[in-house]
Design a protein around this ligand. Structure first.
Ligand code: ZN
Length: 305
């Protein structure tokens, strides 16, 4: 029994290993990340949903190092950066224009109308990279931000680049009451390429794929965000008649990779003039955009001798 609930990813196979999936549910890790920032609600929501997507994408790759999902676009939220290291440590930040967020909200027909992520991101692209350090090649995927939802945008990537049949759904739940938590989740299903060897009936595979996708889409937010239900129980509800097998994939936690020495090196590479323009009373203070940690340097520490 894989008794996993939140802040983790489970892998599953159905239909005699013909289709494989990943199921990610996040709560504490999202809340810790968001507590490091004071983002407007819509920014928190887009970031929480993007982190679920990043976790799903990272979970489909075999890597030792760092996975990064980044958006760059012309909307009110113009950049998102999410890092997931292979041990499950996540950090994330967003940059946005407060006035444009307010203006975008004014265009809503009703106060509670929920706009999807692409509405706030605008035009641009979503890219991900895998950095394994050393001499290992950096893997990169890019897709334009298009579609009504972030899921649609991610599906375009799989269609264009990977050409693997993929179904994917993302979910985000905002806190309704002060004691509530943020939650986000994502589920992905892929048709594994037939490696040959076994005779398969294409029509049968097509039918069972379509059925598996319909079942995936039947998953309801209230089930996903029910903290009494394990991920395996939820998958069992969908696929108990599909030779389901489930295994634990990864746990997630918050962590930042910033440190004083790294930042000192970056600042030391600036010219004396730039350092002067940043310093106040001979001191330079810089804040990590991921975790909010403040670092302070004496001017003398930074200027190359
Ligand atoms: Zn940091």
């Amino acid at each position: 029994m894989v008794n996993t609930k939140f802040d983790s990813c489970v892998s599953f196979h159905i239909n005699n290993n013909a289709f494989f999936g990943r199921f990610v549910r996040l709560d504490n890790v999202i809340n810790t990340i968001l507590s490091k920032h004071q983002y407007p609600k819509v920014v928190s929501s887009v970031l929480a949903e993007s982190i679920a997507l990043a976790a799903l994408l990272a979970s489909t790759l075999k890597y030792e190092g760092l996975f990064t999902l980044q958006t760059k676009s012309n909307g009110p939220i113009n950049m998102i950066v999410i890092d997931i290291s292979s041990d499950g440590t996540i950090r994330a930040s967003a940059s946005y224009d407060e006035q444009r967020i307010e203006n975008a909200k004014k265009l809503r027909k009703t106060e509670d109308e929920h706009e999807e992520a692409p509405h706030y991101l605008g035009q641009g692209y979503l890219a991900f990279t895998v950095d394994q350090g050393g001499t290992d090649k950096m893997y990169q995927g890019v897709v334009e931000i298009q579609g009504k939802t972030l899921s649609e945008c991610a599906l375009r990537y799989f269609k264009q680049s990977e050409q693997i049949d993929t179904a994917l759904k993302l979910y985000v739940k905002e806190p309704e009451y002060p004691e509530d938590k943020w939650q986000s989740a994502g589920i992905l299903l892929q048709k594994l390429p037939n490696e040959g060897g076994t005779e398969i009936n294409e029509d049968e595979v097509k039918d069972s794929w379509e059925e598996a996708v319909i079942f995936l889409e039947s998953l309801q937010p209230q089930e996903i965000f029910d903290s009494n239900l394990s991920s395996e129980v939820l998958l069992h509800r969908l696929y108990h008649s599909h030779q389901l097998s489930v295994s634990h994939n990864k746990d997630y936690k918050f962590g930042c990779r910033c440190n004083r020495e790294k930042l000192r090196t970056i600042l030391s590479n600036m010219s004396e003039k730039e350092i002067d323009s940043l310093s106040e009373k001979g001191k330079i203070t810089a804040e990590c955009s991921f975790c909010g940690e403040k670092y302070s340097f004496e001017k003398g520490e930074l200027i190359k001798q």
